[in-house]
Design a binder for this molecule. Structure first.
Ligand SMILES: NC(=O)N[C@@H](CC(=O)O)C(=O)O
Ligand SMILES: [Zn+2]
Ligand SMILES: [Zn+2]
Length: 427
């Protein structure tokens, strides 16, 4: 039996930091508290003096590009990036090639995730065949094959009738429909938010209504079907209002926001720079403030990265040509800690709630989100007091497409344990 002891770490206890020791036996947390020293037969002692020891973070929105686009990312590199960010459980979106829209395909992908990943990977199935059109997948068979939830992320479901039937099927199975909300008839070939910055730069804009109109449709459908409807990467203030009203009306709707939509706005796009191109786009400062308010009042439940790696060559192009998406796994905690917790806007407990507890609880991920005796030893150890610079050469992701390179941050990850084993250790 392997016994590890994490000594003297700072843990959140009832929302406040307190010094605790954590005993791990065969990958399971077996004791938390002021443990007597020495513990009998401990194989390894980790000294966490002055460090923050947290339950592992949970990210319900990442893109690994395998199979199909392994120049951008693989299951291995994407999971290493997650571990470096302090994540121990992630959910992988299905926009890989071929896409997991059949039981055979998702089984093969789950087996590959299991084999290659250094963190726990949950796998989304698509809502429709080929992640487009109106032919629904076999929800029951995909659930039986191990699907985590259903999503066409990368694209919105364009037809109301298709979304309605998808929600009926998902509700029947007690599974979530996880939506990238985007009405293609309202995007006009845009590459950034339609607003002052797009006008100044002369770049085509994506109006907020392209997101909000579809979420408005979907909360009505969720209300009618009783389905759990989860909104990906909320970006617009009007969308926050629609979700708030739907929650008040008793609709089973939940929502995530990405770190970049909390940290940046279109005012940060001062030149044609594809490192700031993602979907949905960075919106106005008013939208950003509404997202922060949405988190604080519970309208938005959680933070998810939408880690979307692309190659250097692709992202070196103009915003007109480059693909949408930025990476996020390796920068999320440190950036959010530095910009929101250190500044006093969020408490550390709130941040851990949005980055671990809430995603696990909302999606019923039994094995994640809580630092507790009996739970798997999925832990992240962060250094909240030493400043470091985000450097592109340090990324374990194949993607370097991060607008946060060069930022000085606190909250770097020192060690990530998955089932008690080292998934990431800082050099
Ligand atoms: N967010 C993005 O800009 N891109 C994502 C797709 C998505 O999340 O919609 C990708 O797969 O690259
Ligand atoms: Zn999306
Ligand atoms: Zn995505």
């Amino acid at each position: 039996m392997t016994k590890r002891l994490i000594k003297n770490g700072q843990c959140l206890v009832n929302g406040h930091l307190a010094v605790q020791d954590i005993l791990i036996e065969d990958g399971i947390i077996t004791a938390i508290g002021q443990l007597s020293n020495p513990q009998p037969a401990v194989n390894k002692i980790i000294d966490a003096q002055g460090l923050f020891v947290s339950q592992g973070l949970v990210d319900v929105h990442v893109h690994f590009r395998e199979p199909g686009q392994t120049a951008k990312e693989t299951i291995k590199t994407g999971s290493l990036a997650a571990a470096r960010g302090g994540y121990t459980t992630v959910a992988a979106m299905p926009n890989v090639i071929p896409t997991p829209d059949t039981p055979e395909r998702i089984k093969a992908l789950i087996a590959k995730n299991e084999q290659d990943a250094v963190v726990h990977v949950l796998q989304y199935a698509t809502i429709t065949t080929d992640r487009g059109g109106d032919e629904l997948v076999d929800f029951e068979a995909l659930k039986a094959a191990g699907a985590f939830a259903f999503s066409n992320d990368g694209n919105g479901v364009q037809t109301s009738g298709t979304m309605y039937k998808a929600m009926q099927a998902a509700a029947e199975l007690n599974m979530a429909v996880v939506a990238h909300a985007e009405d293609d008839s309202l995007t006009y070939g845009g590459v950034m938010h339609e607003g002052d910055s797009s006008k100044r730069l002369g770049l085509p804009g994506i109006p907020s209504v392209s997101e909000t109109a579809q979420v408005a449709r979907d909360v009505v459908l969720a209300g009618a079907t009783g389905a759990h409807y989860h909104v990906c990467h909320v970006s617009a203030k009007e969308t926050v209002q629609v979700i708030r009203a739907a929650k008040q009306a008793g609709v089973h709707v939940t929502a995530e926001v990405s770190p970049h939509h909390l940290l940046l706005s279109d005012a940060d796009i001062t030149s044609d720079n594809a490192m700031l191109k993602m979907n949905p786009p960075l919106r106005s400062e008013t939208d950003r403030q509404a997202l922060i308010q949405g988190l604080l009042d519970g309208t938005i439940d959680m933070i998810a990265t939408d880690h979307a790696p692309h190659t250097d060559a692709e992202k070196a192009q103009s915003m007109l040509k480059a693909p949408f998406g930025i990476t996020g796994s390796e920068t999320a905690f440190a950036m959010l800690y530095t910009k929101f917790v250190k500044t006093g806007q969020f408490s550390l407990a709130q941040l851990i709630n949005w980055m671990s507890v809430a995603p696990a609880d909302v999606f019923g991920i039994q094995t994640a989100g809580h630092l507790a005796v009996g739970a798997p030893a999925d832990l992240a150890i962060f250094d909240l007091t030493t400043a470091s610079e985000i450097k592109r050469e340090d990324f374990l992701s194949k993607g370097h497409n991060s607008p946060f390179v060069g930022e000085t941050v606190y909250g770097g990850t020192k060690l990530t344990l998955v089932d008690g084993e080292v998934a990431y250790r800082a050099k």
